[in-house]
Design a protein around this ligand. Structure first.
Ligand code: CAA
Length: 245
């Protein structure tokens, strides 16, 4: 019998990697997409993800590269049941110092990439009558963050994208949701200056950073076939850093 299939962009990263592993444990065939700059580290990445997870590399900011990737997906990924858009980068700077390049790189990796992957896969899911898409946004898309005009804008836009697709996919059995992590123990937060990170940690009611596994758990829940009545939602997993009614 065919296992359900999942494609995870950013699947070679800290949060994406944990999503891949938990989806695998939940019974999915999983394909992780990493950036071409990581290709030389394939043996290490494969060892970290486990031998059963397929890995491909693609510059998701490039629409032609995405089209080529999707056209050449290996068996059994001719049918994709689940897409997780987890690829993301930061280029933090105060807005007065932010270059157009910093703006565009963040928009391309965090937002355009989701368009490039989702359009063909969402179309196929709608035609088949089933699908799950989960977009990984951020607490900073909900509350804004000093030094992240680019990232906050891209992550807020990602949830707008979620809500529009949720409406378009609803009649075809395709649910589309956002998960908004707070500050999670990853290389991305490890790169924040210690003084800045200390200030942020002090604002988190649970008093600690989150773990990638705590994000993956929620993503897996949304990817389950039985999570059929949740769509257009934005689920915060942020230790209480941002609460809303
Ligand atoms: N509120 C008000 N002022 C702040 C501030 C804040 N939160 N953070 C920094 N500043 C002020 C400093 O006090 C300083 O002011 P003075 O010049 O008056 O002393 C000024 O900003 C320093 O700005 P600079 O342009 O000189 O830049 P810098 O090199 O100090 O760095 C920064 C600025 C890059 C924004 C740095 O503060 C920073 O990294 N902040 C954290 C940004 C952040 O949270 N990034 C999240 C990354 S992880 C992630 O994105 C994952 C996720 O989804 C959560």
């Amino acid at each position: 019998m065919r296992l359900p299939t999942a494609v995870v962009s950013g699947g070679t990263g800290a949060i994406g990697g944990e999503i891949c592993r938990q989806l695998r444990t939940a019974g999915f065939d999983v394909l992780a997409i990493g950036h071409p700059a990581e290709a030389a580290r394939l043996p290490e990445l494969q060892a970290r993800l486990g031998p059963e997870i397929a890995i491909r590399f693609c510059d998701l900011a490039d629409p032609e590269a995405c089209a080529a990737l999707l056209a050449g997906l290996p068996t059994p990924f001719e049918i994709v049941d689940v897409l997780v858009n987890a690829a993301g980068i930061t280029r933090d700077a105060r807005f007065v110092k932010m270059s157009l390049r910093q703006w565009r790189e963040v928009m391309a990796a965090n937002l355009d990439a989701a368009f490039h992957l989702s359009q063909p896969l969402f179309t196929a899911m709608c035609a088949r009558g089933y699908g799950r898409i989960v977009n990984i946004s951020s607490v900073n898309g909900q509350k804004g963050q000093f030094g992240q005009a680019n990232y906050s804008a891209a992550k807020a836009a990602l949830h707008g994208f979620t809500m529009a697709l949720a409406q378009e996919g609803a009649a075809q059995g395709v649910t589309v949701n956002t998960v908004s992590p707070g500050y999670i123990e990853t290389p991305m937060t490890a790169a924040i200056k210690p003084e800045a990170l200390a200030k942020i940690r002090a604002q988190i009611p649970l008093g600690r950073l989150g773990l990638p596994a705590e994000i993956a758990r929620v993503v897996c829940f949304l990817c389950d076939a039985q999570s059929a009545y949740i769509t257009g939602a934005n689920i915060p997993v942020n230790g209480g850093l941002y609460m809303s009614a």
